[in-house]
Write a protein that binds this ligand. Structure first.
Ligand SMILES: Nc1ncnc2c1ncn2[C@@H]1O[C@H](COP(=O)(O)OP(=O)(O)OP(=O)(O)O)[C@@H](O)[C@H]1O
Ligand SMILES: [Mg+2]
Length: 231
């Protein structure tokens, strides 16, 4: 996305906010004021409307986050390990709830990038790993580490969850794209990996997924270092 497209996305999302808030407010007021008089069938419709409004709010929020990405251009060097620890801490309640064993494998590298964006990138990858770990997974595990690929240190986030079908390995990085098994598993807007890809591209890096079996997948991220001169 170029600057003009980012601005366009921001303007539209921002304009949509107010009518959605109005819808949300009046749906709530309707239930509060007339709840007892509303027949059960109509309440069911209202429930569907509430779910749609919730989804609209999530999409607007994600598009707003996305549209503000290119404004954050300040880059610095920082240790990825501390950042990943923070992200894991933020998600500790769902990690514990799902009884996930989460491991930081190697010493994660020093990253040259925009801190806020890299944090959002790691949050998206780790939250996906948690979200799609699988309800019936007997031994849920997530590993975060690095691997040397063609002489370059690449970060990975690996899980043993529901995995990604081969036909979707490219598609899931496009906006609003979700796999059928993910739709059955949990709610989502399909914006997270598009945000992740946009961030990686802003850093002149690469992101891809590997998933060979039914059990789990690995997301790889390469971010060039300061000395690579390509940032
Ligand atoms: N770790 C994972 N395991 C299995 N499928 C995944 C994983 N990460 C991403 N996916 C697939 O890629 C799709 C896109 O991911 P993305 O993060 O963009 O959207 P989401 O998680 O569905 O919604 P949100 O915008 O709330 O993050 C997911 O819907 C899912 O199909
Ligand atoms: Mg996601």
């Amino acid at each position: 996305m170029n600057k003009k497209e980012f601005f366009f996305a921001y303007t539209i999302a921002h304009e949509l906010k107010s009518p959605v808030i109005t819808l949300d407010g009046f749906l709530k007021a309707m239930i509060e004021d007339y709840g007892e008089k509303i027949p059960a069938g109509a309440l069911e419709y209202i429930n569907y409307m509430n779910q749609a409004v919730k989804r609209l709010k999530a999409i607007i929020n994600d598009v707003l986050v996305l549209s503000q990405l290119s404004c954050e251009e300040k880059k610095e060097e920082f240790p990825l390990k501390d950042m990943v620890k923070d992200v894991i801490l933020k998600m500790s309640s769902s990690i514990q709830q799902k009884k996930i064993k989460i491991e930081l494998l190697d010493d994660l590298p020093i990253i040259y990038g925009n801190k806020k964006q890299i944090q959002l990138l790691m949050l998206n990858l780790i939250s996906n790993a948690v979200k799609y770990i699988g309800k019936e997974n007997p031994d849920p595990q997530i590993q975060i580490g690095t691997k040397l690929i063609n002489g370059k240190q690449v970060i990975f986030v690996r899980d043993n969850g529901i995995g990604v079908d081969k036909n979707y390995h490219k598609k899931i990085f496009d906006i609003f794209q979700r796999t059928p098994n993910a739709k059955k598993e949990a709610e989502g807007t399909g914006v997270g990996l598009f945000i992740a890809k946009t961030i990686v591209e802003e850093h002149k890096g690469k992101i891809w997924v590997e998933s060979n079996s039914q059990r789990g997948c690995t997301f790889f991220v390469y971010i060039p270092g300061k000395e690579d001169g390509s940032t």
